[in-house]
Structure formats: C-alpha cells, structure tokens
Design a protein around this ligand. Structure first.
Ligand SMILES: [Zn+2]
Length: 406
C-alpha cells in the first residue's frame, strides 16, 4: 500500500480563526496550524500566498448552470413574472430545449465544476437531492436540509424531473429542527412579494432553522421579526440586480442594531439569473452594499456554514477536514485578496486533503496526496487538476466556457 504524505504549506499567510498563521499541515484533515513541518512532509513554500477555508456557496441550483443568463424583459416586479416568461421557452427555445436534454449527471457536474474552480468546497443545492449528486461530485453538496421552492411553485414543477416545489408548511414540518429549511421568499418588489413573509409567519414556519433566500421585498419591520426568530438570509445580489434592479436591504442586518441582526450568507443562485461564480458574487455584493472584505468573507465561510448547519465547513481548524483554498498575494489581507481573485487566480483547491485543481507549481502536493494531475486551462491560465476530473471535463457533452483539457 502506498501512503499519501502529509503536506506542509510554509511561508504562507493562513486565515485561521481571527489571526494569521505562517503555516498549515494537512493530510485528509488539518493536522496543525502555525507549527513547523514534520519529517517526511512534502513542504511547499507559498511565498506569502494566502490559505483560506474552502468557500461555502449557500445557494445554487446545480443543474441550471450551463444556459447563461436568460430573461424575457428588462425588469420584473416578482419572480413569478420571470417564471411565467420561462415556461413557454422551455420547449420552444432551442437553447433551453437542448440544455435540458443533457443527462442530469452531466448538468450537475457543470454546476459542481463552476463551484470548484472558484474555490467552493461546499455548496447548498436548492431542489431535490438527486441520486446524481451522490455519485462522483468533486465537492461537498449539503445533504441534510429541508426545502421548498417557494410559495410560487408549491404544486408546480421545480426540480429537473418535474418534482413539485412543495407545500411550504408541509415541507417545513418535515424538516428536523436542527437541519436548515431553505425557501425562496419575497423574491420581488411588489405587493405579492411583500406578503410572503407574513404568510410564512402565519404558517408558523419562521423559526431559527429557517433560511430565506432573496428577501428582496422584506422591510425593516420584517427584518426585525426575522432577527427575533433567529432565522437567516441567503443573499444573492447579482441575481436580484439582474431581475429587479435592486436587492435585499442587507445593510441593517450586519453589524448594526442588535434587534435587526440576521446571519447573512452569500449565494450565487444558478447562472440563469446569477453570477458566473462565487468570486464574482462577492464583488457584486461589495458593489451592492459596500461591506468591508472581512464581512463578505464571513458570508462565504463561517456565516454560511452556520446557516447551513455545517459546523466543520468554512473554517480552518485542527482536526477538521482539510478543505482549503490557496490564493496569490493579490492584497495585504486574505479577505481583500479573495475580493480581488478571479477563478484563474486560484492557486489550489483542496477537498478533504485531496488537491483537485491548482497551478502547475502545486504538482508536489498532488504527488504527496497520491492524486495524479493532468493539465487543464482555465480562462487562458495553465492549471493542473485531478486526472479523473480532467477526463470528465474532456468527456462532458456540455462545455464550460473558458475551461478545457489542455
Ligand atoms: Zn434560487
């Protein structure tokens, strides 16, 4: 049997807890932070590069990332208008028809690849947990969750195989109180969107495990009630701007008045309305609300993990799975570097100690972890990636723009 070696990343700036450490050792788990390499470790000098926790994307629809952005008019008042515009196009528009004809396993792979290349190691998928998500997903997909699509699609198809969006109250009751219950809510700016939070409350479904996605129409008084319930928000500013020209009133929720404080995580939504990936979404969030980089970084690490009840995700600590991302020194602080990074800049993505994609100079890490790399191109940059992953990319009937087996 050939054992994989431990890896020590040295001369690094490791974002661990509130501080910065100079090194991190890992095998499948984080072995130590800030300690010297041990005999037998494979040691890589990062030349001041940052190590941050694997990112957590709190909202995506993994099967919907290969179409690009679609809408039928410039602005909507409610997601219902967009849904109504899309319905006839699903069969009439050749791009949508062909996109839907691909096997679901290929569609969700593109969703996973989108996330992986941007440094996401844990993603929350919104829709049924398809059997296709059990097999060969390169990153973690949150498995323990309750969901309903929205009040808009309770009895109408929402999933890839026409699964209904689900009765919100029934689904909420079926969700254990220690699992997140995720639902699109108040996705719009009109009276109907404003009525959804009171409706959720009247059903008794606004509780501490409730995770609202969008919340664009919720007003200050509504946010106070959300805060009082201990519920959270997944904020998708790029998608909101695309559909409605505005987003949720998040500024009051983070850091300000305690009575309004709500845990906010960032989500990309799918590319049908959302951003290219979570790195892009971070910049959309900064532009929409002006939060400092540290606040935004929490929304894709610790705060996202809190909302999704994933206590081992979103942080680097000894004993936790080695899910991490290496970034070049694009700025002085890790959060600022994250805000500057595009996916071609990401130096390495590691899931449970397994390097999946990175720069060619990370080859010794692949070797140490017994992962055989193959060349890959990402937006013109030369990369290497797990050969199994590159084979899947090369064999995929769906092309991911900018990505090819080199
Ligand atoms: Zn969504």
């Amino acid at each position: 049997m050939i054992w994989a070696n431990a890896v020590s990343l040295v001369n690094a700036r490791v974002a661990a807890g509130d501080g910065i450490a100079e090194s991190i050792r890992f095998s499948s788990r984080v072995l130590s932070i800030g300690e010297r390499p041990k005999h037998g470790d494979t040691v890589l000098d990062l030349d001041g590069g940052f190590v941050v926790p694997g990112l957590v994307n709190a909202h995506d629809h993994l099967e919907l990332n290969h179409y690009g952005r679609i809408k039928g008019r410039d602005r909507y008042d409610n997601a219902s208008g967009w849904i109504a515009d899309m319905a006839p196009r699903l069969s009439a528009d050749p791009v949508l028809r062909n996109g839907r004809a691909h096997p679901l396993i290929e569609r969700v792979f593109i969703g996973a690849l989108k996330n992986l290349l941007s440094g996401v190691t844990t993603v929350a998928h919104h829709n049924p947990f398809y059997p296709e998500l059990r097999r060969t997903m390169p990153i973690r997909v949150v498995r323990r969750y309750g969901w309903a699509h929205s009040f808009l699609l309770e009895t109408q198809p929402a999933g890839a195989r026409g699964e209904p969006g689900g009765d919100v109250a029934v689904r909420w009751r079926a969700t254990p109180s220690d699992a997140p219950f995720v639902v699109h809510l108040a996705e719009g700016i009109d009276e109907n969107a404003r009525a959804e939070l009171p409706r959720l409350e009247a059903l008794g479904c606004l509780k501490s495990n409730t995770v609202l996605v969008h919340g664009v129409a919720i007003d200050e008084d509504g946010w106070r009630r959300v805060a009082r319930a201990g519920a959270g928000l997944v904020w998708c500013p790029a998608s909101n701007a695309f559909l409605f020209g505005r987003t949720a009133a998040v500024c009051g929720l983070v850091g300000g008045d305690a009575a309004c404080r709500v845990t906010v995580a960032l989500g990309t939504d799918s590319r049908v309305t959302g951003s290219l990936d979570l790195l892009d979404e971070l910049r959309a969030a900064r532009d929409a609300a002006g939060f400092p980089p540290e606040t935004l970084m929490r929304m894709v690490t610790t705060d996202a993990a809190t909302l999704l009840r994933q206590p081992r995700a979103g942080r680097l600590c000894v004993g936790a799975p080695a899910d991490l991302v290496v970034l070049p020194r694009l700025a002085d602080q890790p959060a600022a570097a994250l805000l500057d990074a595009r996916r071609r800049d990401v130096r390495l993505v590691v899931v449970e100690g397994r390097p999946l994609a990175g720069d060619p100079d990370c080859a010794p890490i692949f070797q140490a972890r017994k992962v055989s790399p193959r060349p890959l191109r990402v937006d013109g940059a030369r990369k290497i990636a797990d050969s199994g992953l590159v084979r899947r990319i090369a064999g995929s009937p769906i092309a991911e723009p900018g990505v090819s087996a080199a």
